[in-house]
Design a protein around this ligand. Structure first.
Ligand code: ATP
Length: 351
């Protein structure tokens, strides 16, 4: 199976005054798994539905392998789709569910049963063909939905929050399962999620959407380490916002002078955006910092530290929690490297 190239060109979609897509441009390479990530209402599902053919853009085009398919009906498109709710047909056996699309295309019974069995083996559930959906767990049903989506050997796979309804453990194992299948089939895949960890752990590239537009598209490490905008920095991972003061291309923050990464705001008062793992913590009885809360996570612990008027989150090695227990006075510093800054939020008016 060969994945297709999918292009979204200037997609715009207005729902009675709500601009769901506001000129979305994106090219998805053959065989790539791309995650659409963003807050609720940013247009992820609408964009996916435009690729599936369930939604028509008001403006713009969807191209598959350079062919404009914007007006091609959904059932004539070469795409398989999986939804958040498993949406299996309750009165059909699992085998018949998987073979449904083949039956619609009038594939002979023997052939479609053989293909269904092959797909059930592919998803690691070879013995459940005679069962019915209600006899399966949520995770198993979603695997079957995936097999059904793959039955017609589509060149594009569309997944709309497929793991959101599952519990944490199943979700993580299915993540790996979907990725393994996607890589082995080489199928171009769009995965809609609002869960940043899911997006970062599965995707070749993550497209962050905001108000119907593309905010940034990049591989997970770049998105995390070099977010293009404060919005991406905040949305992906956890960020501290620590007051700082810019002069030239440097910023003074927590008594340190660090180079500014990227754009320097016009006003000198800024917020410095720093990941918890870039915050260093040392016990110091004379220091003004104090550990408020320590949450043990195994290999690391996250500390919430009071520092004057600011609270700072810091990730430290898990075995450090005893010497950094709540109430401990600490000195806080930042890892010496360029930092992102954004203009400081206006101060609330005091009465
Ligand atoms: P979520 O994560 O909540 O599903 P999303 O990023 O997938 O959000 P969309 O479902 O694409 O966002 O919706 C984008 C905007 O368009 C929202 O404001 C939504 O309410 C609106 N919208 C989507 N579909 C319709 C529709 N059929 N009719 C009216 N408004 C719609």
């Amino acid at each position: 199976m060969n994945g297709a190239k999918v292009e979204l060109r200037g997609l715009r979609r207005n729902f009675a005054g709500t601009l769901a897509l506001d000129g979305l441009d994106l090219t998805i390479e053959p065989g790539e798994l791309i995650a659409f990530l963003g807050p609720s209402g940013c247009g992820k599902t609408t964009a996916l539905r435009c690729v599936a053919g369930f939604e028509q853009p008001d403006e713009g085009a969807v191209l598959v392998d350079d062919k404009d398919i914007t007006r091609v009906p959904a059932n004539k498109r070469d795409a398989g789709m999986v939804f958040q709710s498993y949406s299996l047909f309750p009165n059909l056996s699992i085998k018949d569910n998987v073979a449904f699309g083949l039956r619609v295309r009038k594939v002979a019974a023997a052939k479609r049963h053989a293909r269904a069995q092959e797909l059930l083996e592919l998803i690691g559930l070879p013995h459940i063909g005679e069962r019915f959906p209600h006899q399966l767990s949520g995770g198993q049903q979603q695997r079957v939905a995936l097999a059904r989506a793959l039955a017609l050997e589509p060149r594009v796979l569309l997944l709309d929050e497929p793991l959101s309804a599952l519990d944490a453990k199943v979700r993580i194992s299915l993540r790996d399962e979907i990725r393994r299948l996607q890589l082995s089939l080489g199928i171009t895949t769009i995965f809609v999620t609002h869960d940043q960890e899911e997006a970062l752990s599965m995707a070749d590239r993550v497209a962050v959407l905001r108000a119907g537009r593309l905010e940034q598209v990049a591989d997970p490490a770049t998105l995390y380490d070099r977010p293009a905008t404060p919005f991406v920095a905040e949305f992906v991972g956890t960020m501290n916002r620590i007051p700082g003061r810019v002069s030239g291309d440097k910023v003074t923050v927590l008594g340190q002078l660090l180079p500014v990464d990227g754009e320097v705001p016009a006003t000198p008062d800024v917020e410095v955006l720093v990941r918890p793992e870039a915050v260093q913590v040392t016990p110091d009885a004379e220091a003004i910092g104090m550990v408020l809360v320590s949450s043990f996570r195994g290999s690391t612990a996250r500390l919430r530290i009071q520092l004057g008027d600011t609270e700072v989150l810091a990730d430290v090695p898990g075995h450090d929690t005893t010497r950094l227990a709540p109430g401990t006075r600490v000195r806080v510093s930042l890892v010496e490297r360029p930092v992102l800054v954004s203009a400081a939020a206006p101060q609330a008016q005091s009465a």
